[in-house]
Design a binder for this molecule. Structure first.
Ligand code: SF4
Length: 469
């Protein structure tokens, strides 16, 4: 069996993943979102083919496009995306197509792997990464000429080819190993596809849970035989925040900075708003005003607390039409806010960026959205800035980890939609008409419930924080 580009990329992800794959021990099923991303990738590929034919291949010079040709040498095999044959020099330009909007470091490794195989058989002149142009804005029909950017990565590929040659030999050796012993794993166990091989006895609060700890330090700790955060010696060099997290693991006690919590609470003003958006991003913009890969806001949930012991009111909006979704959403949202009051979100970068983007697409709401951003307060900061920490957060400030600890009666478990990517896919399947009609109403309800829980969770976390002043 020859080693393919996919094998090589798996090796780069983690050598152990390649071994697990070759030995049928890699448990990986594609999520609906991953399948959707793959489908979007095919769509981009189709348009890239058209782009190359129309704007790159010089027919007058008798140039020809070779689409998805396979090449191999003794041990390695690859299928290229596109080659443009230039008869004048009998050479080829290589094009690798990506549906992202920028070059990632692994893209160069990917193309260098191809180059090493191709160069033995054909003369390669220039090498390009053809990706979506993040500055392109759709208006009416797609403007193919400006949708893509072909970046010349020839020098970068040449700079890397020795390293890739070494790595592909290592890849080969790992793929032929009898046993996984000593094969390198990664240091980020999140959605592990082979935990049994890698860390069968990973403790609940492991060294991997310490925020921002470097790979080097994780490797040092593993060499010392330390897996559990609580076993890290006091003398081991960590940042003050990391020390705090490790101490939580050691003492199994929460950390409360009463003064900081009180100080922050005093800065905030009623009415309090708790806001959350759900979004979908399309590689190829679906509506006017959008860039490739830009998030479209299709849903919000908002809880409003008038005063400390006042009523809490809930409003929401879900745009499910063939129209651009944020327009109707903004029509409603802009009527929900008075001039005063703090607006809580969880991890403000996301909502604030969406607001800025919506202000460009719908300038009639720009003033509203700019003012909204000035009032946003990131509720997650109470955790991120270590005003309140609990050992059961396990070093995370994700609301999915914080909520069950601070408000155990609320949970995302057993919900039809309980994660952002599920919400994204549910919305897309409804609006694209892929969802059977009899499932639509139930799914809309599940979407509303999910987003409502996101903001209700913030209300309850806020109430819990107030009791900790
Ligand atoms: S830590 Fe998880 S993701 Fe990393 S190599 Fe091990 S099983 Fe794979």
């Amino acid at each position: 069996m020859k080693l393919t580009k996919s094998d090589f990329l798996l090796y780069l992800e983690a050598p152990l993943h390649l071994w697990a794959d070759k030995n049928s021990k890699l448990e990986r099923t594609m999520s609906a979102l991953e399948i959707n991303l793959m489908d979007q990738g095919y769509e981009v590929e189709k348009l890239a083919h058209e782009y190359l034919e129309k704007f790159v291949v010089r027919k007058s010079e008798a140039e020809k496009l070779l689409w998805q040709e396979s090449f191999s040498d003794k041990q390695y095999a690859v299928r290229t995306d596109a080659l443009v044959h230039k008869p004048e020099t009998d050479s080829y330009d290589l094009y690798e197509i990506k549906s992202g909007t920028k070059i990632k470091p692994e893209n160069i490794f990917d193309v260098a792997f191809q180059f090493l195989i191709l160069k033995k058989q054909i003369k390669i002149d220039r090498i390009f990464l053809l990706h979506l142009n993040r500055d392109y804005v759709r208006y009416s029909q797609l403007d193919l000429e400006h949708l893509f950017l072909a970046e010349d990565i020839t020098e970068k590929v040449h700079d890397l080819k020795m390293e890739v040659d070494t790595k592909r030999k290592e890849t080969l050796s790992v793929s032929q190993s009898e046993a996984p012993d000593g094969i390198e794993h990664c240091y980020k166990p999140q959605t592990c596809p082979c935990p049994e091989l890698c860390h069968p006895d990973l403790p609940m609060f492991s060294i991997y849970d310490i925020p921002r700890i470097s790979k080097k330090k994780k490797a040092q700790l593993l060499e010392m035989g330390i897996y559990e955060a609580k076993n890290i010696p006091d003398s081991f060099p960590l940042t003050p925040k990391q020390c705090l997290i490790v101490n939580l693991a050691k003492t199994n006690q929460e950390h409360i900075d009463h003064e900081a919590i009180r100080h922050e609470i005093e800065r905030l003003s009623y009415p309090l708003y708790f806001l959350d958006y759900e979004t979908y991003n399309a590689a190829i913009p679906l509506f006017d005003g959008y860039h490739p890969q830009q998030q479209m806001v299709f849903q919000y949930s908002l809880h409003k607390m008038e005063s400390e012991d006042g009523d809490i009111k809930h409003t929401e909006h879900l745009s499910i039409t063939k129209e651009e979704p944020s327009k109707s959403l903004l029509e409603q949202l802009s009527n929900e806010f008075g001039d005063l009051g703090t607006v809580f979100v969880w991890s403000k970068g996301f909502e604030m960026t969406r607001n800025k983007e919506m202000a460009v697409i719908h300038p009639e709401y720009a003033d509203f959205l700019t003012a909204l951003n000035e009032r946003i307060y990131d509720l997650a900061d109470f955790i991120k800035l270590a005003y309140y920490l609990h050992p059961d957060f396990k070093g995370s400030w994700s609301i999915k980890n914080v909520l069950p600890v601070m408000v155990p009666e609320l949970s995302y478990q057993n919900m039809q939609i309980g994660k952002g990517d599920q919400a994204m896919m549910a919305w897309w399947e409804i609006v694209s008409g892929k969802m059977p009609a009899e499932e639509v109403e139930k799914t809309k309800e599940a979407l509303l419930k999910y987003c409502e829980l996101d903001t209700w969770a913030m209300v309850k976390i806020w109430e819990s924080l107030q009791r900790k002043q």
